[in-house]
Ligand binder design. Structure first.
Ligand SMILES: Cc1cc2nc3c(=O)[nH]c(=O)nc-3n(C[C@H](O)[C@H](O)[C@H](O)COP(=O)(O)O)c2cc1C
Length: 187
């Protein structure tokens, strides 16, 4: 099995690091994977869906009320049918709460709710937000459910602080995702 026959769902939520998700989408597309990007309305304020569409050559879905073609199932149900992994990068604090509580009010958390395969979540936020007990409780809930959390890195943050909260290094995220795209027994 190679990257060419693999589908990845990339959920992008509303944080400054949304632009870094373009690089991930580009890497995986260049290897031959089909990358289906799903964005929250907040994510679309940080970066345009068009950028992801140009890089992945796939339509980006950013709202729940997406047209349903004849014979198709709703987009958020069908999207995961043949995917290897759902990656949410960056995952905002708000979105971690949505995921932990099973919300389905945007296309990213709705897709996650209708998905029973491997999920990789890559949080990115201000250091005080990351250290907040509510955020840490949501992370613990997700991990207990088997979600793989790629913890944020320490360093300079967009808000001017220095601490934990930067989106993890893209090579690190890539390595984790590669493990699901090309499981050892298949590679
Ligand atoms: C300039 C700006 C930068 C932000 N950056 C982040 C961020 O890096 N991480 C985060 O968790 N929230 C951040 N937020 C807050 C989120 O955008 C906000 O909670 C939003 O509701 C998230 O929506 P979503 O989870 O549906 O994408 C930022 C907000 C603004 C205005």
């Amino acid at each position: 099995m190679s990257w060419e026959s693999r589908n990845i769902i990339l959920g992008v939520t509303g944080g400054v690091a949304a632009y870094k998700a373009v690089e991930l989408a580009s890497r995986w597309t260049q290897r031959g994977a089909t990358v289906r990007v799903r964005m929250t309305p907040s994510a679309c304020r940080f970066i345009q869906p068009l950028t992801f569409e140009a890089v992945t050559r796939c339509e980006v879905v950013s709202e729940i009320w997406h047209p349903i073609g004849t014979g198709d199932r709703p987009e958020h149900i069908g999207a995961g049918d043949d995917a290897a992994v759902l990656v949410i990068a960056p995952a905002s604090a708000d979105h971690l709460a949505r995921l932990a509580n099973g919300f389905g009010d945007d296309v990213v958390c709705l897709t996650a709710l209708a998905w029973d395969g491997p999920t990789v979540v890559c949080p990115a936020m201000n250091d005080r937000m990351w250290n907040h007990p509510a955020v840490q409780a949501n992370i613990a809930t997700l991990q207990q459910r088997g979600v793989v959390v790629v913890a944020p890195a320490e360093g300079h943050l967009a808000c001017g602080s220095v601490g934990p909260g930067r989106l993890a290094d893209l090579d690190q995220i890539d390595e984790v995702v590669s493990g699901f795209v090309l499981p050892k027994e298949l590679s």
